[in-house]
Design a protein around this ligand. Structure first.
Ligand code: SIN
Length: 310
């Protein structure tokens, strides 16, 4: 018999599956749907100091191979998610809070408030939003990322994680991992955010398909699975003292299994959750269990990092 139950940073999870921040987590109604779902945990929408309405619509479009979005961090402001975290039933499943301040000072203020609330919620610091005009992705500026982590780890001494963008070169895997490894309390690395600033074109209308940034946006879904697996495995290999959360291109149990093989401890679902709804978690759990049983794996831990090379 295989079990999907697992442990992560001292918390118990009935399944390794959860939503990717940004999907089904804007408000309490959506978050409650995730609470009731078969996900093992859930994460709140990346928050900023003040509430934001985000970029103009249309700002998310599903395509045959996935999705493109330029949401622009619409969210209710950090206090809303902190209030939700204070009322959350942690006996039911673990909760992650995603934080995406527009500046270092904003991040420090939000992180200090979360710290002072002394909750069991796990922080994921988003260093990779590609969609706020005029705000480059922090994790593509290694010096800014280092400064951010130095300041945040001084303010917040609990273990936390970082949401990373995809990298495409071994030199960048090496440099990003070396920076992360300077910070022992960066306990996990979530790979990957959407592949930023892609362009989807509708041939019939001869137009872009989303309004913000002249149509440029982050892509997810089938487009990104191999890039996500590469980044999970690259950081799994380079950050032996950290855990990895896989995110990108998951719509079947087989793809969850591939993320685990690459080194993920937990796996987030984005585009497929948006398109299928929260019922996807029950289906993915069943499909993952069937694959694990067929291959003789008794636990999530026994799959993790078992990827073979030739
Ligand atoms: C967004 O709100 O634009 C998406 C957030 C992200 O990709 O980090």
């Amino acid at each position: 018999m295989s079990t999907l139950s697992t442990r992560f940073l001292g918390h118990s999870f009935a399944s390794p599956l959860m939503n990717a921040s940004g999907v089904y987590c804007l408000d309490v109604t959506e978050l409650k749907a995730l609470e009731s779902s078969a996900s093992g945990s859930l994460i709140t929408k990346s928050c900023t100091l003040e509430a934001r309405s985000g970029n103009p619509e249309p700002r998310y479009i599903a395509t045959p191979l996935g999705s493109i979005n330029s949401m622009g961090l619409p969210n209710r402001g950090y206090q809303y998610y902190l209030d939700y975290a204070k009322s959350f039933d942690y006996q039911r499943k673990p909760l992650f809070m995603s934080v995406a301040g527009l500046s270092l000072a904003d991040n420090l203020k939000m992180i200090a408030a979360i710290r002072d609330a002394a909750l069991p919620a796990i922080v994921e610091l988003n260093l990779s939003c590609p969609n706020v005009p005029g705000k480059p992705q922090i994790a593509y500026d290694f010096s800014a990322m280092d400064q951010m982590l130095a300041a945040v780890t001084r303010e917040y001494t609990q273990p936390f994680g970082v949401k990373m963008p995809p990298y495409f070169d071994f030199a960048h895997f090496d440099e990003a991992a070396a920076i992360l490894n300077r910070y022992p309390t960066v306990a996990f690395v979530t790979c990957i955010n959407s592949i930023g600033n892609a362009l989807v074109i509708d041939t019939e209308t001869e137009s872009v398909v989303i309004k913000p940034k002249d149509g440029f946006g982050g892509i997810g879904g089938d487009y990104v699975l191999p890039t996500a697996l590469a980044n999970v495995n690259a950081f799994y290999r380079r950050c032996p003292d950290k855990l990895v959360i896989g995110c990108g291109g998951v719509k079947t149990g087989e793809q969850v299994f591939q993320h685990l093989l690459a080194g993920a401890s937990l796996v987030q679902v984005g585009t497929a959750l948006q398109e299928e709804g929260e019922g996807i978690f029950a289906r993915l759990n069943t499909e993952l269990s069937i694959i694990m049983a067929r291959k003789g794996y008794s636990s999530v831990e026994s799959v993790r990092g078992k990827l073979k090379t030739l």
